[in-house]
Structure formats: C-alpha cells, structure tokens
Design a protein around this ligand. Structure first.
Ligand code: 3H9
Length: 709
C-alpha cells in the first residue's frame, strides 16, 4: 500500500485499514487533505485484503472543518460551490463505499469534520471530543452534506439547534442524541473502532442499514417538519437578526430531507456558496482569525512571561468579587484584601453571589464552591500578607491618591518582580505609577462588568510599563481566557472612549429634529444590544455627564458637551436608577420620558428646528462617522495601533455586532473617502466634534484602508 501521502498515514492489520489524519495545526480539510483522503480511501477500498476502514485524527483534533483561510479567500459563487462540492462528493463516496468506514473521533470534530463523520457507518468518540457544526458562526452553512445527514441521526429539533446556532456538544450529549454510537476512554478508542469493524465483517452490523441516508425513523412528516421549522424561526427571529446563514440553513432544511439526498446536498452547496461570499461571512471569518492573533503584540515578541501562581486582589466590591471569581475558576491561589473585617465579609459574600449563576445552572454545587473557597481563597486586612503574590490586582475606590498610597506600601512589601495591575476604568496609569520606584511594574488591567462573564480585558500600558510586565499581563489574560486589547494610556483608554464617541451623535441628531425612538431603533437594527439613550439610562446620565466633562477637560474643545445634554442632565432624571431618564421606567414597559421630550422640543424650537424623519441608514452613518473618526484620533495619538484588536475589543467589550466585523471594518467597507466627506458635511452642520481626523483625510486622499487590502 502506498504510504507517501502528505496529510494521512495508512496502516492495515487483520483486514482493517487505519487512516490517520495528520494535517497541522488542527487537521483542517485543506485541498491536500481532501486529495489524500480521496486517494487513500480509493486505495484502501480497492485493496482485496481490506474489509473495513477506520478513520481517525491526531492529537486533540479529528478534523476541525474546512480550511478557514481558503473559505476566507472565496470570491465567487463558483469557487464556493467548487469547495463545497468537492468535500460533499468525498463524503458521499465514504457513505456509499462498498466497505464499512468507522469514524474514531479522537477530539475536535467540527464543521466539515462532523460532516465527514456523519457519512461514516459507525462513530465512536472519546469523552473529551467536541462535535458540532459551527459554520454559522463563520457566516456560512454546513456545505458538505451535514444539514441533510444530522437530522436523520438525531431528529430535526436538536439538529435545528446545532445547525442554526453552531454550538458544539460534548461526546456524552452526542451519545444521548444518537450522533455517536459509543464513547470510550482515549486508549480504548482504536480497540473499540476495531471491534466495531469486526462486527461489520462478521455480518452482525450491516453497512447499508447503517448508512445515514437510510435513517428515516427520526425524520418528521412534511407538514410536521414545516410547522417545526416555522415555529423555530419565529421563536428565534431576534437572535438571527442581521445574519444570513441561519436563514439559509432553515431554507436548506425546509426544502431538503427528501428522498433525493444528493439533490438536497447540491442545493445546500449552492446556499453555502451564497453565504461564503457574503460580507457577513468575510467579517465573521475575519473576527475568528483576529481572535487567534490577538495578544501577539510585536512589543513582546520573544519575551518569556513570568509565571503567575499566587494572586492578590485588593477590594471585594462589584469588580473585585467578579475578578476573584475568575481567578478561582482558573486555578489561581488568591488572597483577597480589604480595608477592614466588615468590608472583607461583604466582599466574600459578593464573591459567593457571583457563583449563584453556575450553581443555578447546575454547573457547580454549593459544596464544590465552599471547597474552592476554603482551599484557594484566603482573606486579610493586612497588606503584609500579600508579600508572596506574583500579581496584585487593585479594584479599590476610584481615587488616585488612595490607590497610590496602597501601591507605595505594597512596593515595600512585595518582591521586586511582583506585577501591579490596576483595574481603574479612567484614572491615568502613568500618573498612578509615578509614585513607584519602579513604575515599569505597573499596568492597567481594565475588566468589564461583570468581570467573570464579560470576555474582554483591556490592558493599558503606562508610559514606563516594561515590556516584561506587558508580556506577563498578556499571558495572564490568556490564562483567564479573555480576549485582550493592548493600548497605551490616555483618557477613557480605548473601549470607553470609542463607545462614547460612537454614541456621541445622539444629542446632535435630537437637536436636529430626529426622533429619539427612531435613533434607538436604527442602532438596535444595526445590531448593537442597546440604543444610545437606553445605554445612557443604564449607566447613568449623571455619570455620562461627568465622564464627558472629564474628557472635554483633558482632550480639548472638540469634546465640549452638547448644550442639550446639559439640559437633559438638569432635569434630575439620571436613568434607570431614578426611574426616569431618556425613558420613563415607572410603568410596565419603558416609554419615552415626556419631561425629556419637552426639553428636546423646546431646544429645537429655540433653534428653529422642526422635527423631521431620517432614514435608519443616515442615522447610522452619522453615528458611525463619529466613531470611526475617534478611532483614527486614537491611532494618531498613539493610544492603539492594531485595527484588528480594536475591532475585537469593541465586539467583546461593547457588543458591537460581530457580523459587521468591527467599526474599522465598517470604515473600510464604506470607503475612507466617503467617511471623510461625510465628516466634512457633518462638521459644517454640527460643528467641531465632527472635524475629520488628519489620519482620515490622509487615508482618504491616498486610498488607504485600516485593514490590509
Ligand atoms: C466548514 O467546515 C465549512 C464546511 O461545512 C464546508 C466544507 C467545504 N482551518 O483555535 P486555535 C488555526 S467551516 C484552518 O488557537 P485551539 C488557527 O487559526 C469551518 N486553520 O486552537 C490557529 O492558527 P494560528 C468549521 C484553522 O486548540 C491554529 O489553527 N470549523 C482552523 O484553541 C490553532 O487554533 C470551525 O469553525 C481551520 N478550520 O482550538 C472550527 N481552525 O496559530 C474552527 C483553527 O496560525 N476552529 N485553525 O493562529 C476552532 O474552533 C478551534 O481552532 C479548535 C481548536 C476548537 C479547532
């Protein structure tokens, strides 16, 4: 038997051939693997001595799906069709092969990987295997037969969930659903697959009976199927908003699952290729790849991060308790410090409360929590007890002097290599570090609330933060499984300043006669979780007012508060906490607050503005232009310089819709010249807040984009 395949190894023994896929990094279905698998299968199936075939992967991966880089490069429907059809034909060839093919699923079995497994005649998996069709998360649908095969094995209802949400499942659940036939420990995997092969060879199992296309028991009747799909679509309409792939998957299921599986698969491949060339897919694939690259900051290339084992947390308030949760969850020995015993007890109670959700979800028991706290969390009111810490995170009162006093004391207590991370959301890191003998050891670690759940960590370098400190902070962020953005110190850092700017157009639009509800709707339809007024009501109009004043003080005239904001602030309604802000929250549902509506009406009247309607797109352009301009200003000021990381941060820290790729992807798609012209236009209408950044002008004039073309 030929053995010189590039991506698979073949061996055979006792009439059973073993094909092992070895295609780093994660066994993607590259063109080479497809070719090798096709040829290898042909060769083994034709071999008279082979009576059954086992297909398995290597390391942590069975097959991780189609090659994402190839998927990203698709430009035409024809290319997309070609990609899907090649894989679909290969998988159909497996299913209709004259000898049984057993899938020994050793690890990640995703996308095209699961589609391959579905085409086998028997599936055995290890407990740690993860199986799923995550294609929709990349903006496409399973394009190689998975849509038609999965419901035949597990039924339509669970298949709808798996296909349209793309959430993978563990082997245990796959077994319960009928997706795999057995789950065995890793060292039993190949013996179990061989055992299954022997059962086919002996005639105990029949290949034709086990072909997925022949499974009909779990398929619903036509009417029932239609009703199920319609109900599912209606129930999930909100979750699918803005996306294309879930709808195409539903179409594929609605039209498919007929007696002619090949025709159904062909239609799926066409729908796959339609999705694959859509901007949504390009954006989502971009986000996936950017996520993998996040944290690979050139400044720390080649540096070995320090080992972090022992952690100290200063302050057990809202942020501190969430951070302690994260630390415990990720296996760190933690000491929680607070000012006195009552504060410590309050902090401890807050830490317990952060675990209420996993306990309610039955992901953890009360007893396990108590054990975790007992074994891994110590509490103290003495800073002296923190001398062993490798990293100290501080989340005490937002007062520079208070924080500086603590750091000065800790510098005397801790080892020189201990890193000091402050969770301030607004205070300058450089100034905070200025009281230290070694300011290089201090860094900003800006967690988002709730810290245990929000996926982003903004890492802020003060002017003197050392590269070594940064390298360790980045490694720490990875250890606690956060997406990260590395920025330089500046007012509002990146995320806060970016989000403020993205929504800063609100008073300009209101003053210009545009309806509040129309603005909110445009923003939500764009895909943001909240409109600007609702967000302001949630965070507090008073807080927004003061933060904006601070920005104006530090960043200059451009940031002067819009006079309408001042009048709204003066109504004394600060949002949800006072039951009134832009909206009135006293009834069952929030409604626009008549008091604020009157303030806006009076303001418009004084300026001679009459209420007018504005298209959602124009509203969004007005908001986005300002957001893009701010991003450019921050790049100019040296706050941040990596568009991919900036976009990821806004997606993970502020809910910017991933399918739009991020604010700078939007800028590139819009065209920098169009952004520039829009800003000029708005500057004329609304004043200096909209003055284009020099970088925008320069990029527009030289035809540049934020992302490489
Ligand atoms: C599909 O299958 C469509 C079909 O229906 C149609 C068929 C025609 N391809 O995440 P990691 C790279 S759509 C190429 O850090 P982990 C990744 O970029 C696909 N490369 O590892 C990184 O490279 P680098 C459906 C891939 O152990 C390196 O591998 N499949 C692919 O934490 C390590 O990745 C999916 O959506 C790929 N498919 O997690 C699965 N996947 O070091 C996507 C990863 O240069 N993949 N790379 O940056 C994953 O979810 C995770 O990577 C996985 C491993 C769980 C597999």
């Amino acid at each position: 038997m030929q053995t010189d395949y590039k991506t698979i190894n073949i061996s055979h023994h006792d009439g059973i051939a073993l094909l092992t896929i070895d295609n780093p990094p994660v066994n993607p279905m590259s063109a080479q693997l497809e070719k090798d698998l096709g040829d290898g299968l042909k060769e083994t199936l034709a071999h008279p001595g082979v009576r059954a075939v086992i297909l398995t992967g290597t390391g942590k991966n069975f097959i991780a799906g189609a090659d994402i880089h190839k998927l990203q490069s698709l430009k035409t429907r024809e290319e997309g069709f070609q990609m899907g059809w090649t894989a679909a034909k290969l998988f159909s060839a497996i299913e209709t092969a004259p000898k049984p093919v057993i899938m020994a699923i050793n690890g990640n079995c995703l996308g095209g990987g699961l589609e391959a497994a579905l085409a086998g005649h028997y599936r055995v998996a290890v407990p740690g295997a993860v199986l799923g069709l995550p294609e929709v998360q990349l903006g496409v649908i399973p394009g190689a037969g998975g849509i038609q095969r999965l419901p035949r094995l597990i039924g339509l209802a669970p298949a709808l969930e798996m296909i349209t949400f793309g959430r993978p499942i563990k082997a245990g659940e796959a077994l319960a659903l009928g997706l795999v036939d057995a789950v065995v420990e890793p060292d039993e995997l190949l013996p179990a697959a061989r055992q299954a092969a022997r059962r086919f060879i002996s005639g105990e199992l029949r290949r034709e009976q086990r072909m997925t296309r022949n499974q009909k028991d779990k398929l619903a009747k036509a009417e029932e199927k239609k009703a199920l799909i319609e109900e599912f679509q209606t129930r999930n309409a909100k979750k699918f908003r803005g996306l294309l792939a879930p709808f195409k998957a539903l179409e594929a299921l609605e039209k498919g699952l007929t007696g002619d599986i090949e025709a159904d698969i062909r239609r799926d491949v066409e729908l796959f290729s339609e999705c694959a060339i859509s901007p949504i897919a390009k954006n989502l694939i971009g986000v996936f790849l950017n996520t993998r690259a996040s944290g690979r900051h050139p400044r720390i290339k080649g540096l070995e991060p320090a080992k972090i084992k022992k952690m100290a947390m200063l302050g057990g308030g809202v942020m501190g308790s969430g951070i302690v949760h994260l630390l415990l969850q990720n296996g760190f020995e933690t000491v929680l410090w607070d000012i006195d015993e009552p504060a410590l007890q309050k902090g401890l109670a807050a830490v317990r409360k952060t675990f209420a959700y996993p306990i309610k979800q039955k992901k953890m028991t009360e007893a396990a929590l108590e054990e975790l706290l007992q074994k891994h969390l110590a509490t103290t009111t003495s800073l002296e007890d923190l001398q062993e810490a490798d990293l100290v995170i501080e989340a005490v009162l937002e007062d520079l002097r208070v924080k500086q006093d603590i750091w000065k004391k800790l510098e005397e207590i801790c080892r020189p290599e201990t890193i000091f991370g402050t969770n301030t959301s607004a205070l300058p890191i450089t100034e905070m570090a200025s009281v230290l003998k070694d300011p290089g050891r201090m860094i900003g670690l800006h967690f988002f609330n709730p810290a245990e759940r929000m996926p982003l960590l903004e890492i802020i370098c003060g002017r003197k933060t050392s590269d070594q400190t940064l390298a360790t902070a980045v490694a720490f962020a990875r250890n606690i499984k956060k997406f990260m953005l590395v920025v330089n110190d500046g007012p509002g850092f990146y995320v806060t300043r970016q989000l403020i700017a993205l929504f800063a157009g609100l008073p300009y639009l209101l003053a210009d006669g545009v309806d509040l509800v129309a603005i909110e709707k445009a923003v939500k339809d764009f895909g943001m979780p909240l409109g600007p007024a609702s967000l302001e009501d949630l965070t507090g109009i008073d807080i927004g007012y003061h933060v904006n004043q601070t920005l104006a003080r530090k960043l200059g005239e451009r940031y002067t508060l819009h006079p309408l904001i001042k009048r709204i602030y003066q109504t004394g309604g600060y949002g949800r906490k006072t039951n009134a802000g832009y909206y009135d929250y006293s009834g069952e549902k929030p409604v626009p607050n008549p008091q604020v509506a009157e303030v806006i009406r009076q303001f418009q009247q004084e300026k001679g503005i009459v209420p007018r309607s504005m298209e959602a797109m124009e509203i969004m352009d007005t908001l986005l232009a300002l957001g893009i301009n701010e991003a450019a200003l921050m790049i100019e000021e040296g706050i941040c310089d990596r568009p991919a990381d900036m976009d990821l941060a806004l997606i993970n820290g502020a809910g910017f819709p991933a399918y739009r790729g991020g604010i700078l992807r939007c800028a590139d798609a819009w065209g920098l010249m169009a952004v520039y012209e829009k800003l000029l236009d708005l500057e004329k209408r609304y004043g200096p807040r909209y003055r284009p950044a020099a970088l925008i002008q320069e990029m527009a004039e030289s035809g540049k984009t934020f992302y490489p073309k």
